[in-house]
Design a protein around this ligand. Structure first.
Ligand SMILES: [Fe+2]
Length: 308
């Protein structure tokens, strides 16, 4: 079985991982610490946003701030595993408070072009990824303190999906969820079920003992609690949609049937407009208030549907 990492055993450190759960969106954010220094990375932080009232709050992000400050950590990276469609990124807020470089896959530029067209964003909106401090390439190596990390491009759930192998832990976003749930959906803008299958298989080629941290959990049919950590070995044996034995044709059929049961995410357009800006809000209007757009997609409109 081929490995996607080139690290040698002696180089692999075991990061300390702290998870922060948002029950509203079922999202896990992570602080990943280099055990040999005070350096850390924050993965997928979120803002608390109430669509009905328009209120933005920083409760979840401030929990991360308190944790980082209490441990006297130095934030080097604030990483998005993809352009989320179910929550708004707190990357800029945390950068302002704690420092660190915001980063996402370079493929974010394609998502920026998609949403710029769909939402008719002004020409001043740049589609070159410059809202982020760093754009990762596939297989790019980087450091968190002394700990080696690799960005692994995993398109399928979305165009900008990237898993991050950090020491002996991999953060997969929505490409794989807990084994009884399977994978993230593959029907929103930029999604592609076949690519999701092959990206999930690519992750399964990591060493079996690699710890695997998921981006979401909602509890399964048989459990009333949420989980965030499993391993590559467990996923290979037990993932209900993409395990070692799974065939692409079965996955396409089953993922497609599941996707047909899912409503569009409540925060799809709100989240996209903030997240393609790297966590910046849209520019304020003349009254100093920021606004979000929602396209009205009739069946006869050019876009027709947001579904892939
Ligand atoms: Fe997602």
């Amino acid at each position: 079985m081929q490995s996607v990492t080139t690290f040698h055993g002696a180089d692999i450190l075991k990061p300390k991982v702290s998870a922060f759960y948002d029950a509203t969106s079922g999202t896990f954010s992570y602080v990943v610490r280099d055990p040999s220094s005070s350096a850390c990375a924050i993965i997928d932080p979120l803002l608390d946003f109430d669509l009905n009232s328009g209120e933005l709050q920083h409760r979840s992000a401030d929990a991360i701030v308190r944790y980082v400050e209490s441990k006297r950590l130095q934030v080097q990276w604030i990483i998005e595993t993809h352009v989320h469609t179910d929550h708004l990124s707190a990357a800029q807020y945390l950068k302002d408070v704690l420092g660190g470089k915001t980063a996402i896959a370079g493929a974010v530029c394609k998502e920026q072009r998609h949403y710029a067209r769909l939402l008719n964003l002004p020409r001043s909106f740049k589609t070159d990824g410059s809202q982020f401090d760093w754009l990762f390439r596939n297989a790019e190596h980087y450091l968190i303190g002394n700990m080696q990390a690799t960005a692994i491009y995993t398109p399928g759930h979305g165009l900008s999906c990237m898993a991050h192998l950090i020491g002996n832990a991999v953060f997969v976003g929505d490409t794989l969820l807990m084994p009884d749930i399977g994978t993230g959906r593959a029907d929103l803008p930029g999604a592609n079920r076949a690519r999701l299958f092959h990206s999930a298989k690519k992750i399964l080629r990591l060493p079996a003992r690699t710890r695997l941290f998921v981006g979401h959990d909602y509890g399964g049919e048989e459990r009333a609690y949420v989980e965030y950590q499993t391993s590559i070995g467990q996923q290979r044996r037990h993932n209900c949609l993409v395990c070692e034995r799974s065939r692409e044709s079965d996955f396409l059929r089953r993922r497609s049937a599941l996707d047909r049961t899912l409503p569009a995410p409540e925060l799809l357009f709100a989240a996209a407009q903030v997240n393609i800006r790297g966590g910046h809000l849209p520019p304020p209007e003349s009254n100093e208030i920021c606004y979000l757009k929602i396209p009205l997609l009739s069946p006869a409109s050019a876009a027709g549907s947001v579904r892939g």
